[in-house]
Design a protein around this ligand. Structure first.
Ligand SMILES: [Zn+2]
Length: 334
């Protein structure tokens, strides 16, 4: 597997469906297109093959500038096109592409070497800003994530949403690797297949493309809601779970309504069949197990221990298994 770099728009790219992109770009590809301002905007799409919104927004952007100059150069990374051909987050024999970037805790792979190469190239090009575009599967509002609380990061994020999430785990995400040398955000554009998500991402890209610079002034805290992730929750590998059927852990079907809502202590997430240790683990930003700080079992009910705000809760069992059950967050007070 080798990184390909191209400097012209590949034939058919503007009309390709995400599932067809692999035919045009079979290898991991970095596409550099020149614009009026030299320092490029880096855009990464389809790191997760079943999250097409970023690619669709990018196609709209490239269509807009087909007949006139881009206001700024752009460099585009087309992530996991093979997984996209099967509408999968990643294939079973592949790593999660958004866990392979410098800073990763995973062992080296051909994919992580490519990520390193991309970082080196983009660092040398003095990247203006980095935007990584995602979807999620649960009911979540649109929000932007940052891995650094610097003013220019928050300024960049606030162009997308007043809702901003600061996180430092998981490691090996693209935005964190780029945060070392330029302002970087991850956009969460709601569920795939929503036209509004594509329009929102397109508007954001076009806005950032026109900026001469990103302000380093403090963001007015009245204009943003800033949260930080305090734990990532995973169901233990040896626990079978379900929303419908009998299982060791039976999760409530209304879970995703709790996303971005502050839920009180005592809220029940599901039931367990028999008295066992906690069926899930909550790991904080330092990699410490904080499961019992947040969860307990009462009368075979899995409950939250203290007020918290979940995000990314989903009813998609495969996503829960491949990624996580949810993140827990707390508000960062001004
Ligand atoms: Zn994603």
């Amino acid at each position: 597997m080798q990184l390909e770099q191209q400097n012209t728009l590949p034939d058919g790219l503007l009309d390709a469906k995400p599932e067809e992109l692999h035919k045009i770009l079979p290898n991991p590809t970095l596409l550099h297109l020149p614009g009026a301002r030299e320092r490029p905007l880096f855009i990464s799409v389809l790191q997760h093959g079943n999250e097409p919104t970023g690619f669709l927004a990018l196609q709209a952007l490239l269509q807009k500038y087909q007949s006139h100059n881009l206001p700024r150069s752009i460099s585009i990374f087309f992530g996991n096109t093979l997984a996209a051909s099967q509408s999968q987050r990643h294939l079973t024999n592949q790593p999660d592409f958004n866990r392979i970037w410098p800073g990763t805790e995973l062992p080296p792979t051909p994919e992580s070497h490519i990520a390193q190469e991309i970082v080196a190239i983009m660092k040398q090009k003095q990247t203006f800003a980095s935007i990584d575009i995602h979807n999620n599967t649960g009911l979540n509002p649109h929000y932007a994530c940052v891995n650094k609380l610097d003013n220019c990061f928050l300024q960049l994020a606030s162009f997308f949403s007043r809702l901003i999430v600061y996180f430092t785990r998981p490691k090996g995400v693209q935005s964190d690797a780029f945060a070392k040398f330029c302002p970087a955000v991850t956009l969460e554009c709601g569920k795939p297949g929503q036209k509004y998500g594509v329009e929102h991402a397109f508007d954001f890209l076009d806005t950032i493309l026109h900026l001469e610079e990103l302000s380093n002034n403090p963001v007015n805290l009245k204009n943003i809601d800033l949260f930080h992730t305090v734990a990532r929750v995973k169901i233990k590998d040896n626990i079978d779970f379900s929303f419908q059927n009998q299982a060791s852990l039976m999760l409530n079907t209304d879970l995703e309504w709790m996303n971005f809502t502050e839920i009180p202590a005592g809220t029940t997430l599901g039931k367990i069949k028999q008295q066992t240790p906690l069926p899930l683990t909550a790991i904080n930003e330092h990699g410490e197990d904080v499961s019992t700080d947040f969860f307990s079992i009462n009368n075979l009910e899995l409950q939250i221990n203290r007020q918290t705000m979940p995000s990314m809760l989903t009813l998609d069992e495969q996503v829960i298994r491949q990624d996580c059950l949810c993140y827990l967050m707390e508000r960062i007070q001004p």
